[in-house]
Design a protein around this ligand. Structure first.
Ligand code: PHE
Length: 347
């Protein structure tokens, strides 16, 4: 028997393999046994090569069975709390020529470029995080009632403390990590200045202004002698760049556990200018809440081993969808995830 007979058996077995319900049955195929039985019948000089070829075939089949019958629990677990780029190694399925870039992606690129020119580093957030980063590290003690303001989605998986992991409800989950990552800037007399645009999730009642999945851009600036005037000026500068015009803004006192003082930043409604009491976008209020911001609470700095007696900073968390809605006069936030091509093709 020559190598061609091994090839013939190989082709036959590979075909049969596809039809088998129990894949490991292929290793018991009589054709394979017959090949092994042939070895002693060959001239001694031919046995070595023939034996090797059968072994190679047998190895190939074992490998195939092992790969195809791997159970979920045998797989290397992915790091669910890692940032996107660690896990997103799968090649894209659709050629980029067949689609257009989603308006939110376009605008995230756009706003990142503005912040980058203003000297901010750009970082990614996570789509699953632990309770420490969602709450404790940003000064929500356990059982604090302000936790209820963030209607989160929990997973059945738990973190090291046995608490359910969370689909983050804001990008402030990254504050502690960013303070730690860039702390050496402070030692070198440079500021920590970073923005984190990413996806967040809330268990919302859906309407024209509320989606369960949306985007925020978190900003942080920490150095010596930072004050609230710098926060307002930074945001105004950004908004002016982004919209290419000065818009009317209003700053109201507000409450967040992780900033003190805290503010909400409102933009005048470009749809009705406050003149339509039935306006779907601003509910007739004339103003749209665009972002929350404030001076970083000393406890948040302490939690990351940054000395609040030496350094101060500001933070903001801006709703990207609302920013984009106002730029392109989009009246309903639900268009973004509707996958409606007549909407998407306009961008
Ligand atoms: N994380 C807040 C929210 O989503 C916004 C915010 C960020 C407020 C940073 C202050 C400072 O509601």
């Amino acid at each position: 028997m020559s190598d061609t007979s091994i090839d013939a058996v190989r082709n036959l077995l590979l075909l049969r393999y596809e039809t088998l319900e129990t894949k490991s049955d292929i290793l018991k195929a009589p054709e394979l046994k017959q090949l092994f039985a042939k070895i002693p019948t060959l001239a001694p000089g031919d046995r070595g090569e023939f034996g090797k070829a059968i072994n190679a075939l047998s190895q190939e089949l074992k490998q195939k069975v092992a790969t195809d019958t791997v159970t979920v629990d045998d797989r290397t677990p992915i790091d669910v709390s890692a940032s996107m780029d660690v896990n997103a190694l799968i090649p894209s399925l659709l050629s980029s020529e067949q689609g257009t870039i989603h308006p939110l992606s376009q605008e995230i690129t756009n706003l990142s470029a503005i912040f980058s020119r203003m000297g901010f580093a750009i970082e990614e957030s996570r789509e699953i995080d632990d309770q420490y980063h969602m709450f404790e590290s940003v000064n929500f003690p356990k059982d604090h009632p302000a936790r209820d303001d963030y209607d989160t989605f929990m997973t059945v998986e738990t973190d090291d403390n046995g608490d359910p992991l969370i689909a983050p409800a804001h990008t402030s989950t990254m504050q502690n990590r960013m303070l730690r990552k860039y702390k050496s800037n402070l030692e070198n007399n440079e500021a920590i200045s970073v923005v984190i645009p990413d996806r967040v999730f809330r268990n919302e009642d859906l309407d024209a202004r509320h989606e369960h999945t949306f985007y925020q851009v978190e900003g942080m600036y920490v150095a010596k002698d930072v004050h609230a005037g710098m926060l307002i000026a930074t945001l105004q500068e950004f908004l002016q760049e982004y919209y290419g015009q000065q818009l009317e803004v209003r700053v109201n006192p507000f409450y967040f556990p992780f900033t003190e003082p805290s503010f909400e930043f409102m933009l005048s409604c470009p749809f009705c200018n406050g003149e339509d009491e039935n306006c779907k976008v601003c509910s007739g209020e004339g103003w749209i809440e665009l972002l929350g911001c404030g001076m970083i609470h000393p406890n948040v700095l302490k939690m990351a081993d940054v000395d609040p007696t030496i350094y101060t900073g500001f933070a903001f968390g801006c709703g990207v969808d609302r920013l984009v809605m106002m730029k392109h006069a989009i009246e309903d936030v639900r268009h973004f995830h509707s996958a409606k091509l007549d909407f998407l093709r306009q961008f």
